[in-house]
Design a protein around this ligand. Sequence first.
Ligand code: PHE
Length: 347
Amino acid sequence: MSLLQQLEELKAEALAELNSIDDSKKLESWRVQYMGKKSKLNEVLRGLAGLSIEEKKTVGAGANSLKLDLDVALKGKEQVLGEKIDQPAGEAPLDISLPGRTPPVGRLHPITQVITEMSQIFVSMGFQVVEGPEVEWDYYNFDMLNIPKEHPARDNMQTLWVDYENEKGERPMLLRTHTSPMQIRVMEKIKPPVRIVVPGKVYRYEAIDATHIPMFTQIEGLAVDRGITLADLKGTLYDFARRYFSSDRKARFRCDFFPFVEPGVEMSIECAVCKGNGCRLCSNSGWIEILGAGMVHPRVLERVGIDPSVYSGFAFGMGIERVPMLRYGIDDIRLFYGGDLRFLRQF
Ligand code: PHE
């Protein structure tokens, strides 16, 4: 057998043996056997002396590359066995052959997911998504929406006022109680046609229970153009309900009052938990109200310089938390903001 062949065989033998080694003691004796002074490799190298210069070149190169290969294989094995890796004293040996720990990957909050999904539905109908400030002026939150200072509608908006007084001794700033002030901000800037939805947080001074929290989320909608009627409002919201819930889920409209719309309506959806039979979630009515809406009041249009004899519009304001509650039958609104991962991970 030529020396080169011997080297090949030696390599195969060494690597096969290395493969089955599973502790560092065996690894050390492997190293001595194949790479130490009296190793088989050195034996082959000693045989070089009697060769011609040509042969010395080829066999020498083969022996060197074998040495390198064995060295690389040894280093690899050392790592796998957790040797030669700097370890702080007193710690358990590091086993890098263990599978890694999966880093915890976050996800979007369920409310954010709902906002995205709803916005997509409205965007596909031609609405644009805009956002507005959560700290708002009394002027936009109430005055411009037909809710003057002494109006009783202010009383059921449990307002959180910002502790700031102007020169007149008034407190004109608050945490917005609804997303409706954005109707005004948008109409001040954009003239019809207007089609916007505004998702965002709103705040009310409210005692906390299964259906009330002081901070929740709404999505406002506003469409102003020539010839917009209540039929457009109903068509838009029915279409939304069909697409977000399902086509067999019932929705109904009833009269309601909001100072900034005329006429005003509320829309309810058949309860998901009891399928309309009545349960705790829907207070035994079979329905859950999800939004207030109506035709934009002519006086609101006038105040922002839009002529109500030419243009008309509809607006709606939907409470967002209720919608996933309805869809999945969640019976406590506090779950959304309790930060309990067992809940949040389900979405
Ligand atoms: N802003 C009202 C609320 O929060 C809802 C609403 C919006 C009603 C738009 C009519 C039109 O209760």
